[in-house]
Design a protein around this ligand. Structure first.
Ligand code: FRU
Length: 470
């Protein structure tokens, strides 16, 4: 494998750097890849262009952690430029077999270097025995061409092992331009048998033209396919982002390899969330990362020598036919000190000026009251406004530079909680135990004030300063 020295762009300003989220040391990053647990460490990789703040030939950046919240950056794991991944090592996943860590990833190749649309894609393996140094498999590609009824879009294998066999789902577009997910199985990771499409979009407008980054798993007795479809048309306050990430819940038929499922539902309602990848932890939790940005959105940190971040790791749970996300419980390890601790305040509104921009806000309300949480800067410029209407269960989020709200509904019985993670240029909001999530990048250099109001004083708020090793 090529192992060039990397000329990273210089980080010229730290103003938007994140303190407890995964970012590249410098340069560009997008999707989380290869999320796994190997020899005592969680590993997360990511799509990375180390030499520029723009997307380009994809490498795999790499970090590892013993606890999911303190991370250590490792050398780049995969460099593109070999015969089967000439123009990029695109997204993929990881699995441990016989004590060896395997990565399965998409090789991206251009027929014409001057035409980015002239690509072909295949699937490849790389492996490591120390979890740090990776070698590409000599027999690559392990899947050389897509099935006959597929377009060139054939990427982002997600792997798992079940009853003596390996399986992958791959993001795809069929010959008539509909997004879908296809599936393969293997006895040995090297030879793969095609099992067909597991689910296909009903139409481009409603369900998209490529389903990127698929992830199929069972959770609490249900089968779930998370994927990131491109091309869904906005529908009132739904599907407002350039591309979406969401899920289908249903039953996977092991004989026909098809998923009978319900409606496509968005997983996070914020502006900056894409391309999730999950894993099952040794203690049985399903944890996911997403890319906390959106294609085509402005990224002001590019001026400072870097671009992109992953979300905080989130635990997935199923409740009443909805997939919920909450920050992993290990967040407790990042709590440095209590900044605010209020129970049943005297007034309905509390304003708190935060001495740091990396903090965690936890609040519990009586669900019978409306709630408003505003994030403002020291000049009272509104950056975010979260509104909960108790009568309808409606939760809306307004971001200051966007005239379109994001909106969803929750079902509250008794208490309603809000969990907010702020980290310098990011905000992740989890409402009602993760029933409504909003991931946002926000860029403001001034101090922050959080203003909380509720219809009664029957609420409590706790704010912690957060920080970890990154
Ligand atoms: C999703 C995606 C993937 C692809 C990767 C390339 O954001 O487009 O489908 O593998 O990014 O960087």
């Amino acid at each position: 494998m090529k192992n060039e020295t990397v000329n990273y762009p210089e980080i010229t300003n730290e103003r938007y750097r994140l303190n407890y989220h995964i970012t590249a040391p410098a340069g560009w990053m997008n999707d989380p890849n290869g999320f796994c647990f190997y020899k005592g460490y969680y590993h997360i990789f990511y799509q990375h262009h180390p030499e520029s703040v723009e997307w380009g030939p994809m490498h795999w950046g790499h970090s590892r952690s013993k606890d999911l919240v303190n991370w250590e950056r490792l050398p780049i794991a995969l460099f593109p430029g070999d015969k089967e991944d000439k123009d990029g090592c695109f997204s993929g996943s990881a699995i441990v077999k016989d004590d060896r860590l395997y990565l399965i990833y998409t090789g991206h190749n251009l027929k014409d270097e001057n035409d980015p649309d002239s690509y072909w894609q295949n699937q490849n393996l790389a492996f490591s025995d120390d979890g740090i140094n990776f070698q590409k498999y000599a027999g690559n590609p392990v899947i050389s061409i897509p099935p006959a009824d597929n377009a060139a879009d054939f990427r982002d294998p997600k792997i798992w092992y079940k009853n003596g066999k390996y399986y992958i789902v791959i993001g795809s577009k069929n010959e008539v331009g509909l997004g879908r997910v296809i599936m393969y199985s293997s006895e040995n990771l090297e030879q793969w048998d095609y099992l067909g499409p597991i689910a296909t979009a009903k139409s481009v407008d409603s369900e998209g033209f490529v389903w990127e980054c698929p992830d199929l798993f069972e959770i609490e007795g249900q089968d779930v396919l998370i994927m990131s479809p491109q091309g869904i048309k906005a529908d009132e306050l739904k599907y407002r982002n350039f591309f979406q990430t969401g899920y289908l819940i249903g039953k996977f038929d092991e004989d026909t390899h098809t998923l009978s499922h319900g409606e496509f539902t968005e997983l996070d309602f914020g502006h900056d969330f894409y391309a999730t990848q999950s894993m099952l932890t040794p203690d049985g939790r399903r944890i996911a990362f997403g890319w906390m940005d959106m294609w085509e959105s402005p990224m002001p940190e590019q001026q400072d020598g870097w671009a992109g971040a992953l979300t905080f790791p989130r635990e997935l749970k199923m409740k009443a036919g909805k997939l919920l996300m909450t920050p992993v419980k290990e967040i407790e390890k990042l709590r440095k000190k209590v900044l605010l601790d209020v129970v049943n305040p005297e007034q309905n509104t509390i304003s708190f000026k935060a001495p740091t921009k990396s903090f965690e806000y936890l609040a519990n309300f009586d669900g019978k009251n409306d709630v408003v949480v505003k994030v403002q800067d020291s000049e009272r410029k509104l950056l975010l406004e979260l509104n909960y209407r108790s009568e309808t269960g409606k939760v809306t989020l307004q971001k200051y530079n966007d005239d379109l709200l994001r909106e969803t509904n929750i079902t509250v019985s008794g208490q309603m909680d809000i969990h907010l993670l702020m980290d310098n240029s990011s905000a992740e909001l989890f409402v009602n135990n993760g029933e409504a999530c909003f991931s946002e990048r926000i860029y403001d250099e001034k101090e922050l004030t959080i203003e909380t109001s509720s219809g009664s004083t029957n609420y409590d708020i706790k704010i912690y300063e957060l920080g970890g090793e990154m």
